[in-house]
Design a protein around this ligand. Structure first.
Ligand SMILES: [Zn+2]
Ligand SMILES: [Zn+2]
Length: 195
């Protein structure tokens, strides 16, 4: 078993001090992130504070580093049909290029100018480290289901009594609505002619 190098809680910063800036050099390691709060889509969300085991491989390329990251994350959600809470573990893979910041002749960083017309985000190596939060967050948000189901064929809840159909086999909802209406009339007290 490999040991995970813990990343500072709440942080998605990975230091590049182990990697020489020479194209072809590579560094890989198991990591462990801690899930941030408030990462949700509709009825599904990351379990805040849960462990996110990951494997990272960073390759030095000419103008930056190429990151390959595999990670697992825990999701909790309410079923879109029966509203029951349930959890599962998912996994994602991301590949992203982080460019080195440009420096002037004195080694000072020249602030990068993002081209407004270009919609793709450019990531930069900053202070010899990578901030993977945005990359990880984007991957999870794209993956979270809009209509989570506790099981693919969840029967949902009874329209009449609100009970979970899975738990309690029903007969009253099979009844024809028209008959139900008639029965309702029969059950109601005689209208008072003096009314
Ligand atoms: Zn369900
Ligand atoms: Zn019912």
């Amino acid at each position: 078993m490999s040991t995970y190098s813990p990343v500072e809680p709440g942080s998605f910063h990975v230091s590049l001090t182990h990697l020489q800036r020479r194209p072809g050099n590579m560094w890989e390691s198991p990591l462990e992130f801690v899930a941030p709060a408030e990462l949700e889509v509709g009825m599904a969300r990351l379990v805040p504070g849960s462990k996110m085991p990951a494997d990272i491989r960073i390759e030095s390329v000419l103008d930056g580093v190429l990151v390959n990251l595999d990670f697992e994350y825990e999701v909790e959600a309410e079923c879109a049909r029966c509203l029951e809470s349930f959890m599962w573990t998912d996994e994602a893979h991301v590949t992203e290029l982080f460019l080195y910041e440009e420096t002037d002749s004195r080694g000072r960083v020249i602030p990068a100018v993002q081209d407004e017309s270009d919609e793709s985000t450019v990531f930069y190596v900053h202070d010899d480290s990578l901030d993977l939060l945005e990359v990880v967050r984007d991957a999870i948000v794209l993956d979270l289901p809009l209509s989570p189901l506790c099981q693919p064929d969840c029967l949902g809840i009874c329209q009449q009594c609100g009970e979970k159909l899975e738990d309690a086999p029903h007969d009253h909802e099979i009844r024809d609505q028209r008959w139900a209406a008639l029965e309702g009339l029969l059950d109601s007290p005689e209208p008072d002619p003096a009314g």
